[in-house]
Design a protein around this ligand. Structure first.
Ligand code: SF4
Length: 324
């Protein structure tokens, strides 16, 4: 499979500034040595608790924030240190779908103008072509032309998310980061939006990083799944392997946290206890050791590697070090 992105040793450490003197009094360790590849035309699901660094990773990959260190390689080219000007081409090829369609659309603009804006920014001038592109894209997202003359407040959450998706894909991007795109929607609407994204991925040959804390949505939409904990990828596998043969205790704990009808089938040993540790002061050794039911002495001082235990299946846990 061909890589669209290669992310190498990516770190994002936000300095915490002392208000009075402007001194740095510590760091928020949002991303820590993240290594991951995103294949062309796949949907890579990214799952983890709130505060695990999922959105920060999405924003770094899109170059909306500058990582502290590491490399972002897009289509074979290192884009990490590129300037705003040098990123123009990359901006056309990559787009973001936000979590909240209520906040992401300008309430003062008609839908037609919301969709026209990215075309103008990207240099399209021919009014006829603009009109055609807008009408095509609105029909591709399952809406009719009459929406174009209306304002965002006239629509439901699901319709607004369709409009936000139309705006993201109108400039023909190759890559989309969908950051919790259905979590602000009613459950009945979520499936429609997820199906729309799947349909668009096929029709437009899109590659997608789909961020969610909802395992059932991730399972439905993703080809591969990466599990994040405290700014690290702790397990990465195709979705069938991750759901049927996961190896990391945190993945097991996340799956155990999903409510099920028959409680007898639950592995009670591995449930998440306590809160996620502070990102200001990460635990020594394995970052999950403060909550792991399988913790060993060495987990408290040594960091496990990201062991590749099988084709396409890697796990950051000492329990897997002899499986290689
Ligand atoms: Fe648990 Fe140790 Fe594995 Fe970390 S390395 S997940 S603490 S068993």
């Amino acid at each position: 499979m061909k890589n669209l992105f290669e992310i190498k040793k990516l770190n994002m450490h936000y300095p915490v500034i002392d208000g009075l003197f402007g001194n740095i009094k510590g760091y928020v360790y949002a991303l820590n040595n993240v290594d991951i590849e995103i294949y062309e035309n796949e949907i890579l699901g990214l799952v983890g608790e709130s505060g695990s660094g999922k959105s920060t990773l999405g924003n770094c990959i899109l170059k909306l924030i500058q990582p502290t260190s590491g490399d972002i390689i897009f289509q074979g080219e290192n884009i990490t240190g590129k300037s705003k000007n040098e990123l123009k081409d990359f901006r056309k090829k990559s787009q973001l779908i936000f979590q909240n369609p209520y906040m992401s659309l300008d309430p003062r603009m008609k839908i037609y103008d919301i969709l026209k804006e990215p075309l103008i920014v990207n240099g399209l001038k021919d009014e006829e072509e603009i009109d055609l592109r807008i009408k095509n894209i609105i029909s591709l997202t399952g809406m009719s032309d009459d929406v174009l003359n209306r304002y965002p407040h006239e629509f439901s959450g699901g319709q607004r998310q369709r409009i936000a998706i139309a705006r993201a894909i109108i400039i023909n991007p190759e890559f989309i980061v969908a950051d919790e795109p259905v979590s602000a929607l009613d459950v009945s609407i979520q499936a429609q939006i997820v199906n729309l994204l799947l349909e668009l991925k096929e029709k437009l040959n899109l590659t997608m990083l789909f961020i969610s804390h909802d395992l059932s949505v991730i399972k439905y939409i993703s080809d591969r799944i990466a599990v994040m904990y405290l700014g690290e990828i702790v397990e990465l596998a195709p979705k069938e392997k991750l759901f049927n043969n996961h190896k990391h205790p945190y993945t097991e704990a996340l799956l155990n946290a999903v409510p099920i009808i028959n409680e007898k089938n639950r592995n009670k040993k591995c449930t998440i206890k306590g809160d996620i540790p502070s990102v200001h002061k990460l635990p020594e050794g394995c970052k999950f050791h403060t909550r792991c039911p399988y913790v060993m002495e060495k987990c408290k001082t040594l960091s496990p590697k990201f062991y590749q235990i099988d084709e396409n299946h890697s796990v950051r846990c000492f329990l897997c070090e002899n499986r290689i």
